[in-house]
Design a protein around this ligand. Structure first.
Ligand SMILES: C[S@@+](CC[C@H](N)C(=O)[O-])C[C@H]1O[C@@H](n2cnc3c(N)ncnc32)[C@H](O)[C@@H]1O
Length: 328
């Protein structure tokens, strides 16, 4: 994402980012306050993605420790011809959690779709990314759709049903607990006709040191990304989180096969927002993200349970990441 675009967006909306789902701010408020009041406090990872959060995530994708993006891209590049053969041209590509749309740009070069729909919760960043995509590919119809995958996956009414490919890269499906992931993929299944397909990237179980390094980079970008959720929450619910009182913590939980990200109170701290407050003891934490790590056979069984069956699967030489093509 060119910085100039982000800068211009901030000038249009001085102060900070827009609420992530404009018009739904009371829902957002009660969602966040419910999570903060929980015995094991949590903030949904969907609140990472204000403008600074989206930009920090882009920086994470370029970190040496963050093998996910580069491994997935290498798989897609190595098997591009086969992916193109499986999918053919002229389809409708729908990317979920599109972010910068970088990966979709490469996919669209491969399979030359008729149109591209970019779905994301982060409205402002999405519109900037879609504008960049349009400028780079003026012959392609590019349609941004602002949606929260956890509640809604409605497509524009005039979007053709035939020939859809839902592209869900980055192992973002791993950010949801299994029941929530199953609900999202069932919504995906409902978007597809018999000729439809899901192309999804998933991160595989591997050595805990590799996993933990990916979420604890030496440059501290992941820590900044994690802490930034507090400033977004301050904006959304007018709370008074002081970022200096919290530290980033990420570790692999083998029993749950997931990397967990938390924000830990450095000292005892009270956080206030209009109508409420919460005290945290030193060392008490707010859970911000899960990133489930999969075994290939478990993930394929999970997809099959939703009615999505393996068409093809590609992985890297170290078997760190898999790209799965599945269909009804
Ligand atoms: C980990 S980033 C992945 C971005 C990009 N697809 C990639 O693979 O590099 C997750 C993306 O999903 C979006 N996102 C997170 N939660 C979401 C939700 N509940 N509904 C829709 N989009 C969401 C974020 O705004 C962000 O762009």
């Amino acid at each position: 994402m060119p910085n100039a675009l982000a800068f211009n967006a901030r000038r249009r909306h001085p102060g900070s980012a827009l609420p992530i789902t404009p018009g739904a701010s009371s829902t957002i408020r009660s969602d966040i306050i419910r999570g903060l009041g929980h015995e094991r406090a949590n903030i949904s990872p969907k609140y990472f993605y204000d403008l600074p959060g989206s930009e920090l995530f882009e920086r994470i994708t370029r970190l040496p420790e963050y093998y996910l993006t580069r491994t997935e891209s290498a798989i897609m590049a190595a098997h591009g011809a086969e992916i193109a053969r499986c999918l053919g041209i002229g389809r409708t590509v729908i990317e979920l959690g599109a972010g910068s749309c970088e990966k979709a740009r490469r996919l669209c070069r491969l399979i030359r779709p008729a149109r591209f729909v970019a779905v994301d919760i982060a409205a402002e960043y999405l519109h900037m990314a879609a504008a960049g995509f349009r400028a780079a590919c003026p012959d392609l119809e590019v349609r941004p759709v602002v949606a929260d995958l956890t509640t809604d996956l409605a497509m524009p009414e005039d979007l053709p049903r035939a020939g859809r490919v839902v592209f869900y890269p980055g192992s973002s499906i791993g950010n949801f607990d299994p029941p929530q992931a199953a609900a999202i993929l069932s919504r995906v299944r409902d978007l597809l006709d018999d000729d439809g397909a899901l192309l999804i990237g998933v991160d595989l179980v591997k050595d805990a040191d590799v996993l933990e390094a990916a979420y604890n980079d030496a440059a501290g970008v992941t820590a900044a990304f994690n802490l930034n959720i507090l400033s977004h929450v301050n904006h959304l619910i007018a709370s008074d989180f002081d970022l200096g009182q919290w530290r980033h913590r990420a570790f692999f939980n083998p029993a749950q096969s997931r990397v967990e990200m938390h924000l830990e109170a450095i000292t005892g701290v009270a956080v206030r927002w209009p109508g409420g407050s919460r005290k945290f003891l030193a060392g008490e934490s707010i859970h911000t993200e899960h990133s489930y790590k999969f075994r290939v056979e478990d993930f394929l069984a999970f997809l099959a349970g939703i009615g999505l069956h393996r068409i093809a699967l590609w992985t890297d030489p170290r078997h760190w990441f898999a790209v799965v093509l599945a269909g009804p």
